[in-house]
Design a protein around this ligand. Structure first.
Ligand code: IPM
Ligand code: MN
Length: 338
């Protein structure tokens, strides 16, 4: 290649801008040309002038080749940003409006971690389930208050996610896929997921698949992570399971994610799973490896496979102590390995 890729950069809050800048530096050093535009969004922006998001900014963001996001969120204990403001108003808004229906989170067990030597990925449905916002309250604020929170599972939404997961599993050397759900209790949604997986599996005879209840999957992830290849699951289970997967793989400081629209109808978002870590903001301590790995997912999405492979290799080979090296040292170590 390579064409120049137009990238929207939402550094966000805390260490977000630092790790994103490091990731951009590494991508450029691998020979990929990026035309970046910074967007001032997140908690800092909200506290600055009350802005969260508007239609014009959404339309603008939608048209980029990809979005690199650092982290958005206020410092712990900062009550000036009401809970949900940035989650619903920014992150989930983009996931839903851009139809980023895949949340792809790959894990490579780092040396010394529970999952050392294991490699697996979680494919989380990213636009439905209990994140859809179905429900409401009745008699709010009275002793008789009622709250319901539904889970939306459409045949269409489940099938496209499951299909993507089989497609990815089929491309692996070890073609393994596990559906994770709670079909014994969440029977309505569970039967739909189970049925769709059974049907799509027929089209992928080489993929060996099985099913785990989500509670059991939590035990297996800790005790026997090597059993997993590709995991496909709904929005909420995927959210919870991917934090656990990050923890057993060496910490969510390493976990990458892509919020992907595979058909490229709108910009996909690539972000580290970790948060803003305000406590170490601006001290040069932030570990950019998760942001760099997220950039690898972005490069794959953009068709820059060679650069993606080289950077991924450099991250895997990184064996120094991130705490000792700090942001600049880690970035330099990656650049040397490219
Ligand atoms: C994640 C985060 C988000 C989620 C929050 C911040 C809305 O936890 O990306 O995993 O729940 O999806
Ligand atoms: Mn999460």
């Amino acid at each position: 290649m390579s064409a120049t890729h137009r990238i929207a950069v939402i550094g966000g809050d805390g260490i977000g801008p630092e790790v994103t800048a490091a990731a951009i530096e590494v991508v450029r050093a691998a020979g990929v040309s990026l035309d970046t535009t910074e967007f001032f969004l997140g908690a800092r922006r909200y506290l600055h002038d009350g802005f969260v998001m508007d239609d014009a900014t959404m339309d603008d963001l939608r048209g980029y080749d990809a979005i690199m996001l650092g982290a958005v969120g206020p410092a712990i204990g900062d009550t000036r940003v009401p809970p949900g403001t940035l989650e619903r108003g920014l992150l989930l808004k983009m996931r839903f409006a851009f139809d980023l229906y895949i949340n792809y989170r790959p894990f490579v067990g780092r040396p010394g971690s529970i999952a050392e030597g294991c490699e697996f990925a979680i494919i989380r449905e990213n636009t439905e389930g209990s994140y859809a916002g179905e429900g409401g309250t009745l008699r709010f604020g009275t002793p008789f208050e009622v709250a319901t929170q539904g889970s939306v599972n459409t045949r269409y939404g489940v099938e496209r996610c499951v299909r993507f997961a089989f497609e990815r599993a089929n491309a692996l050397d070890r073609k393994r896929l596990t559906l994770v759900h709670k079909t014994n209790v969440l029977a309505f949604a569970g039967q739909l997921w189970q049925k769709v997986v059974r049907e799509v599996a027929e089209e992928y005879p080489d993929v060996e698949w099985d099913y785990n209840h989500v509670d059991a999957a939590c035990i297996y992830l800790v005790e026997n992570p090597q059993r997993y290849g590709m995991i496909v699951t709904d929005n909420l289970f995927g959210d919870i399971l991917s934090d656990l997967a990050g923890a057993v793989s060496g910490g969510i400081g390493y976990a990458a994610s892509g919020n992907i629209n595979p058909e490229k109808e709108a910009a996909s978002i690539f972000e580290p799973v970790h948060g803003a870590a305000h406590d170490i903001e601006g001290q040069g301590k932030a570990n950019p490896l998760a942001a760099v790995s997220s950039a690898v997912l972005m490069l794959e999405h953009l068709g820059e496979h060679e650069a993606a492979r080289r950077i991924d290799r450099a991250v895997r080979d990184f064996d120094a102590d991130p705490v000792l090296l700090g942001t600049v040292g880690i970035t330099r170590a990656l650049l040397e390995r490219l």
